[in-house]
Write a protein that binds this ligand. Sequence first.
Ligand code: DX5
Ligand code: ZN
Length: 215
Amino acid sequence: MIEIAPSMLSADFGCLDRDVEMINSSEADWMHLDVMDGVFVPNISYGFPVIKAIARKARKPLDAHLMIVDPQNYVNQVRDCGVTLMTVHQEACTHLHRVVQQIKDAGMKAGVALNPATPTMMLDDILPALDLVLVMSVNPGFGGQKFIDLALPKVRRLRSLIDFQGLSTRIEVDGGVNLHTGKILAEAGADILVAGSFVFGADSPADTIAALRQL
Ligand code: DX5
Ligand code: ZN
């Protein structure tokens, strides 16, 4: 069954408790937290104080997506916020293997994200060490963007590599997910779908999460 990670980027930050509680009582599997630094991506979102505020109320595991340069400098701070899964960008890490080890040594699961223009081949050698690959289906930085089809062959290739090697690495997809793109992604072999604007923009976010989970 596909898992759903609603992105808190599209939540109402003036009513954060209410939106966290909505996710808590929904069928969501994760809470996806997007951290942007205005350097790696052309936007700034939120940082540790907000993540801590969410973590205090969250009853779903936290899935932190670091869209920042030098993520290796923040591993312990992310762990101290109570994050279960920390994902860094391949494009932001010169020494990716070392960063992945740091994340695991800190007691978290390690994920690596790929921008739409980065081939999956970049992760071939390190794949057995990863708990998760995050395939970006938009250029990171903003919610509400249009799904980029390049993600589909990437998910298919990762699925066959993971299955062929008998790995437990999960495939998560982030950006432009709705019932239509979500169905195609589920068929292509995705394990986890991130959805921001589609969930929070819906009349009933909880029903929308449930519908995505049925794909
Ligand atoms: C984009 C973020 C996403 C974003 C997705 O850079 O990584 O997690 O919140 O938003 P939607 O689902 O609206 O495309
Ligand atoms: Zn994200």
